[in-house]
Design a protein around this ligand. Structure first.
Ligand SMILES: NC(=O)c1ccc[n+]([C@@H]2O[C@H](COP(=O)([O-])OP(=O)(O)OC[C@H]3O[C@@H](n4cnc5c(N)ncnc54)[C@H](O)[C@@H]3O)[C@@H](O)[C@H]2O)c1
Length: 345
């Protein structure tokens, strides 16, 4: 089960599980997306994929029967975004991050502790890797699913002279970051009750289908329109920009790993790059020299996010492989492909 499957990260994760031969229940509310039109288009692509079943449901109010069929729940549904969380997005962050995650975890905890391999899921719907259904039960396995929960580098606040490690103190600086800390706490409580939860702290993800409110998306669209690039602050902020294919690889690795319940793992590129350097690369790939339009810095936006990838390397055998220039070229190709089909996002 992949929640948030109409979204940026969730759509890639759902497709990757399906491509790896798993049966995927893709879940999303669509109308809860900050970009509902893009979510609808993405949803149509994802649910057309062989092996993917779509379920449109709002996890803050419904849809929890669906967890009965899942061996692994990858919970990517939620309301992202630091900037919007100071305004109208704040209630959405509380509802779609904290409330929805709490309900989902409770539903997973309600499942009994063991079931036999081959027991049919209550809905009788497809579940888990192909080939498991219908076998004679020979051994017991956990009936409760492994639950992988999306967290964020924003729980750390800003990095100092070294990258953030998972056991660093948390220092959230925006309502969004506070909601993610709360999500982490809920997952920790569920882990204490024996639910296998894993927290993946994603760092500034980019690539095809990136959300329209995110920096590279805004920069590429502005550059392709011939408009000045809207930059919050002076461009000195730096980020462990991480390509979505690397994020997918880490997420799939977490689904296959035997990790201690409640553990947090950084999913971030080990190099922090300044926004203005990234703009230099991006405009280099585009072959343009656009103007920059400076906008007021966003409260709570970390001066630097920087991932220490050591735990991910040790426990998941994962490291980010995509360099920024290569990854940006990939994202730009996606924007161009949409425009060629006269789709604006
Ligand atoms: N993109 C990043 O750089 C990044 C970084 C750190 C953490 N994250 C986290 O990763 C997750 C995915 O982020 P994204 O960028 O793909 O966001 P996204 O907005 O593209 O996708 C989230 C999806 O969740 C769905 N959703 C929201 N509330 C829902 C609800 N109540 N019930 C069902 N579906 C609901 C939305 O419709 C949307 O399609 C989020 O939890 C986000 O906080 C993302």
């Amino acid at each position: 089960m992949v929640t948030g499957a109409a979204g940026f990260v969730g759509s890639h994760v759902a497709e990757a599980f399906a491509d790896a031969g798993h049966e995927v229940l893709a879940v999303d509310a669509l109308a809860r997306s900050p970009a509902p039109e893009l979510a609808r288009r993405t949803w149509e692509q994802v649910t057309a994929r062989p092996g993917v079943t779509g379920l449109e449901v709002d996890l803050a109010v419904d849809g929890l029967d669906a967890v009965a069929a899942a061996d692994v729940v990858v919970h990517l549904a939620g309301r992202p975004g630091v900037r919007s969380s100071w305004g109208a997005g704040r209630a959405a962050a509380e509802r779609d991050n904290v409330l929805a995650t709490g309900r989902l975890l409770a539903a997973c905890m309600e499942r009994s502790v063991l079931r036999g391999v081959g027991d049919r899921p209550p809905t009788g719907k497809r579940s888990g890797p192909r080939g498991v259904r219908g076998r004679t039960p020979t051994r017991k396995r956990p009936a409760r699913p492994l639950v992988i929960v999306a967290s964020s580098s924003s729980v750390y606040g800003s990095a100092g002279h070294r990258p953030h490690r998972e056991d660093d103190p948390l220092n959230p600086a925006s309502p969004y970051a506070v909601s993610k800390v709360e999500v982490e706490r809920l997952a920790g409580l569920a882990a204490r009750d024996g639910l296998r939860t894993v927290l993946l702290r994603y760092f500034s993800v980019y690539g095809p289908r990136q959300r329209p409110d995110m920096a590279f998306h805004r920069f590429v669209e502005a550059a392709l329109d011939g408009r000045p690039l809207p930059v919050f602050g002076d461009g000195r902020r730096s980020r462990s920009f991480t390509h979505v294919e690397d994020v997918v690889a880490a997420t799939l690795a977490a689904a296959g790993a035997d990790l201690p319940p409640g553990i947090a793992v950084n999913v971030g590129h080990p190099e922090a790059v300044a926004v203005r350097s990234a703009i230099g690369m991006l405009t280099g790939v585009l072959g343009v020299r656009p103007e920059i339009r400076r906008e007021a810095p966003v409260a709570g936006d970390a001066a630097r996010t920087w991932a220490d990838p050591g735990r991910a390397e040790r426990l998941l055998g994962w490291t980010a492989r995509t360099g920024l220039a290569e990854g940006l070229a990939d994202q730009i190709a996606w924007h161009r492909a949409l425009r060629a089909r006269e789709v604006r996002v």
